[in-house]
Design a protein around this ligand. Structure first.
Ligand SMILES: Nc1nc2c([nH]c(=O)n2[C@H]2C[C@H](O)[C@@H](COP(=O)(O)OP(=O)(O)OP(=O)(O)O)O2)c(=O)[nH]1
Length: 135
């Protein structure tokens, strides 16, 4: 099964996480996810993250450390391996082209959302941190 390497952004402000709902016309449409996308061949995860956030949000981003666990799920189109990084947005979100909704959520609110399969273990571990990351 083909492996799909994906970066996901953990964007935290005032102890809330920016959760994104994939647009209904996309693969895994309707599921909640970390903003980001596929890592292109020859691209570092950090470069992929900056590129995706520019494309999806029109925003500049600084990529900080990697989260302690990766997400993994075998789906019909391949095996998604999700690498999450703490990210600070350095400019406002000026557009949204990939999502139906963006929502700032508390840990409890995050756990109540319907996350993409590879994200479930990550969001459970992340919620335990209380979204306390200081950039
Ligand atoms: N961005 C993002 N993608 C995720 C997460 N969890 C998860 O399973 N995925 C999947 C959905 C997609 O199959 C893949 C990310 O690719 P993508 O966001 O570029 O979406 P896509 O397949 O529509 O992209 P494309 O082929 O049209 O360029 O990883 C997540 O938390 N964030």
């Amino acid at each position: 099964m083909s492996k799909i390497q994906v970066v996901g952004a953990i964007i935290i402000k005032d102890h809330k996480l920016l959760a994104a709902q994939r647009a209904s016309n996309r693969v895994l449409g309707g599921y909640w996810e970390f903003p980001g996308g596929k890592i292109e061949p020859s691209e570092t995860p950090e470069a992929a993250m900056s590129r995706e956030l520019k494309e999806e949000f029109g925003a500049k981003a600084t990529v900080f450390e990697k989260f302690s666990i990766d997400g993994i799920a075998e789906l019909e189109f391949g095996e998604v391996i999700l690498h999450c990084y703490y990210v600070r947005l350095d400019s406002n979100i000026s557009k949204t082209i990939a999502h139906d909704e963006l929502r700032w959520v508390t840990p409890d609110e995050a756990l109540a959302l319907d996350w993409a399969p590879s994200d479930v273990a990550v969001i459970k571990a992340l919620a335990k941190t209380g979204f306390n990351y200081e950039y």
